[in-house]
Design a protein around this ligand. Structure first.
Ligand SMILES: Nc1nc2c(c(CN[C@H]3C=C[C@H](O)[C@@H]3O)cn2[C@@H]2O[C@H](COP(=O)(O)O)[C@@H](O)[C@H]2O)c(=O)[nH]1
Length: 366
């Protein structure tokens, strides 16, 4: 080979090597799992029972197999949007912007509920029903332009959108309006009012999309100080469930195509800790346990609450690892385990089989 050919060959090898190194180095991380492990290692009020976690992993795996739990389960829910288009992406963004704090202390027949399609919907499903109902009433509730229009979108109109068939109003209505207003402004200023532009900005990385939501939207930045640690603990529940809902709805294609979707963790809400504790996988110390059983408010951002949320994330990660090592030929991620646990907890609730209450924290984070 001539000198030129040797140089050319070397350059091609070098470029290939650098390209491989640079992409790997730039792969973003959310930091959520590392922070969950940190809290687990440093907290003293919540622990994980390894034997029960192993047992839970086997039960969860068997039931997920039985129900052939997959991304397509998401669209099978009666109220979830079926079309795989931009309007559905906007629907999911609106939904996960407001996907928090539905719990009520009132008895079932008095608690906040939405009447839609001849049924009474409570909890998360009341949110989805209200958005569907608003769209059928030609209220553009999923349109960021509407969210910025103070004439049209205000507490009055939101009260109408989320009108209850009982005396109780939807919790945190003003905070929900604030989330819509802020997000409308951000989407207008940075993403031409388009949710799909926001998704595209992540260039196919789930972790990057979570980081973009944390960077650009105050109302998605679910991170909290913990025991004097310099960096806040990142939990990012609604940012992560937004990415997961898009991935599941679009079945990993189109807007739902993320090369690193397995970096998304369990979503630290108030239902999955409840079932993890019911399964014995999560061990909640006597003081917190008593507060939960007495339905006492546990303050948002408190040491107890951060441990409940972060240790639940870590517990689901251990369940995921357990399943993966026991069944190396199958692929299951934290998202599908989480979805399964949430749906199972809701089935237990519907069957009156809640053995312990969920914890009570009022916040916009979950
Ligand atoms: N970790 C986790 N938390 C979830 C969900 C969902 C619904 N996801 C649907 C999409 C796919 C799944 O198959 C589900 O069908 C809602 N939540 C949270 O729970 C709380 C509502 O509780 P309740 O008031 O009882 O409905 C509230 O914080 C809400 O943000 C989930 O999947 N995982």
């Amino acid at each position: 080979m001539s000198d030129d050919e040797v140089d050319h060959e070397l350059l091609a090898i070098l470029r290939q090597h650098l390209q491989g190194v640079s992409i790997k180095d730039e792969e973003p991380e959310t930091g959520v799992l590392a922070d969950a492990e940190y809290v687990y290692d440093h907290g003293i009020d919540v622990a994980i029972d390894m034997r029960s976690t192993k047992r839970a992993a086997e039960t969860i795996y068997a039931q997920m197999q039985e129900k052939s739990y997959s991304t397509s389960t998401w669209s099978s829910h009666e109220l979830h949007p079926k079309a795989k288009d931009e309007a559905t992406a906007a629907f999911i963004f609106t939904m996960d912007l407001l996907n928090f704090s539905f719990w009520s202390e009132l008895p079932d027949d008095e608690r906040f509920a939405i009447e839609y399609k001849g049924k009474r919907w409570t909890g998360y499903w009341s949110l989805v029903a209200a958005i569907q109902r608003a769209l059928e009433e030609d209220i553009p509730i999923t349109d960021p332009n509407y969210w910025q229009n103070e004439e049209e979108c205000n507490l009055e109109s939101l009260r109408h959108v989320f009108r209850s068939c009982t005396e109780e109003e939807m919790p945190l209505l003003q905070e929900r309006l604030d989330c819509l207003r802020e997000s409308g402004n951000v989407l207008y200023n940075k993403y031409e009012c388009s949710v799909v532009n926001l998704i595209s900005a992540a260039k196919g990385s789930a972790a990057q999309l979570v980081n973009i939501l944390a960077r650009d939207f105050d109302c998605f930045r679910d991170e909290h100080p913990f025991e004097g640690r310099k960096k806040p603990i990142r939990i990012m529940k609604r940012a992560q469930i937004f990415v997961a809902d898009i991935w599941a709805c679009f079945e990993g294609k189109s807007y739902g195509e993320f090369r690193d979707i397995d970096k998304i963790t369990m979503f630290a809400d108030y239902r999955v800790p409840q079932i993890l504790s019911t399964l014995g996988a999560l061990y909640i110390g006597p003081q917190i346990d008593a507060a939960i059983r007495d339905k006492k408010l546990i303050e948002s951002g408190s040491r107890w609450e951060i441990q409940l949320r972060a240790c639940s994330i870590w517990c689901v990660e251990l369940i995921r690892r357990e399943i993966q090592s026991a069944h190396p030929d199958t692929h299951v991620n934290a998202i599908l385990i989480d979805f399964f646990l949430y749906d199972t907890m809701k089935e237990m609730e519907a069957a009156g089989k809640e053995s312990i209450p969920h914890h009570r924290t009022r916040s916009i984070w979950y």
